[in-house]
Design a protein around this ligand. Structure first.
Ligand code: HEM
Length: 399
């Protein structure tokens, strides 16, 4: 028989929660498979099984009303028009997803790999020769902006708008709190710039962005739709990877045994990045909205209800993982939901994995010891988890 959900006063968008979400994640998971968060009047789930079930069942747990707190079918979205992918259900999603999947296909990635490697090696050489550097501002922010913005075919001028744009976008999935208001103001110029880049003429021919416009020529989407799809790449493809790389470096710098393992076997870079995504998920949360009354766990949710899915908490659910709070780069990580699950699972995950693997491998080949040079500085965001600064000191490999 369906039960009433436990009521919790946890505010998942408060500074305290975002600074260290893990104790509250445990409270949320322990309270039940589905809980009621009275601060916002929403359901939430922090357990792996229910998060995965909801992500899988797109018919009942819809994205079309927005994947943030606001119901964009009832109130205007800050992003007009809404995403044709992230904030869409089939049949629209079925038409638009293949366009980006093709632009980001394995063969497109194979072509990009040599350039991505060259840039990573050059950057790693420069940073290692300095002995100390900032893992976020000198590396995690620099590398994706260089390689991914180049791959997209974006012009150099104005790229400084990319991170403020993404910071605003990911804050906008939460409540209209001061954090959101601050990035709303800072992101105004960025939004204008991004809009101007999302058209055929602004993008370098042959780049990933211009390949999205090839779908117009094939009759799969309209010119306007192609522009909105390019916007998805600019929105979802940078901050996520920046935070993912920064979190991976932080985990490795604070787990010397893991770094020693990676230094001895740099080919573990791919699994190390994957474990870092599980351990400290860059995208912490996304919402869904129920299309009909439904049971999840032991709770009946009415139609039209918002439910907050804690991806980051699911990735540390002891019901699913052995010793979930241990960072173990040899762990089998398949089943983590850091890239989501089901029809909306990250369409750019192969790009993110390629960037993560290449950067960590380039560093592991060059650095014997990686340590914190000073405490890191956190950057709080309503959706993302990551750092603003990560001072590192490195001992280069002995030849
Ligand atoms: C470490 C880096 C990344 C993480 C952690 C991440 C995470 C995610 C997650 C959790 C989702 C699922 C959203 C949902 O279920 O509502 C998603 C979707 C998406 N991601 Fe990523 N992502 C990353 C990198 C990228 C990159 C590099 C790109 C572009 C090349 C990208 C483009 C997208 C797009 C367009 C979607 C929407 C897919 C859809 O709705 O069908 N992401 N990502």
């Amino acid at each position: 028989m369906a039960a009433l959900p436990p009521v919790l006063d946890v505010d998942p968008f408060s500074d305290e929660f975002l600074a260290d979400p893990y104790p509250d994640h445990e409270r949320l998971r322990a309270a039940g498979p589905v809980v009621w968060l009275e601060t916002y009047g929403i359901y939430a789930s922090a357990r792996h099984a229910e998060v995965q079930l909801a992500l899988q069942d797109w018919r009942t747990f819809s994205s079309a009303a927005g994947v943030g707190l606001a119901n964009i079918e009832k109130e205007a979205s800050f992003f007009q028009p809404p995403s044709l992918l992230l904030e869409a259900d089939p049949p629209l999603h079925q038409r638009t997803r293949p366009v980006l999947a093709l632009a980001l296909s394995p063969s497109a990635l194979r072509d990009l790999r040599p350039k991505f490697e060259l840039e990573a090696h050059a950057l790693a050489d420069r940073l290692v020769s300095r002995g100390t550097f900032d893992g976020v501002t000198d590396l995690a922010e620099v590398y994706p902006i260089r390689v991914f913005a180049d791959a997209l075919g974006l012009r150099e001028e104005g790229r400084e708008h990319l991170l403020p744009y993404a910071a605003f976008l990911f804050n906008a999935f939460g409540p209209r709190n001061p954090r959101f208001e601050a990035t709303l103001r800072a992101g105004e110029a960025a939004r204008e710039w991004v809009k101007r880049q999302c058209n055929r003429r602004a993008l370098r021919p042959g780049g990933l962005g211009s390949r999205v416009f090839d779908a117009v020529n094939r009759g799969e989407v309209s010119e306007e739709e192609a522009a909105v799809l390019v916007r998805s790449l600019l929105s979802a493809g940078l901050d996520t990877t920046v935070y993912g790389l920064g979190n991976a470096l932080f985990a490795l710098a604070t787990h010397p045994e893991a770094w020693a393992q990676l230094h001895a076997q740099p080919e573990l870079a791919r699994t190390a990045f994957e474990e870092a995504l599980r351990f400290e998920s860059a995208v912490q949360t996304f919402f869904r909205t129920t299309t009909a009354e439904t049971d999840l766990g032991d709770v009946t949710l009415p139609a039209g209800a918002k439910i907050l899915l804690f991806l980051g908490a699911a990735n540390r659910d002891p019901r699913r993982w052995d010793e979930p709070d241990q960072f173990d780069i040899a762990r089998k990580t398949s089943g983590h939901v850091a890239f989501g699950y089901g029809i909306h699972s990250c369409v750019g995950q192969a790009v993110a994995r390629m960037e993560g693997e290449i950067v960590l491998k380039a560093l592991a080949e060059r650095i014997e010891r990686l340590e914190l040079a000073a405490p890191p500085v956190r950057c709080l965001n309503n959706t993302l988890r990551g750092l603003a600064s990560l001072p590192l000191s490195v001992a280069p490999r002995r030849h």
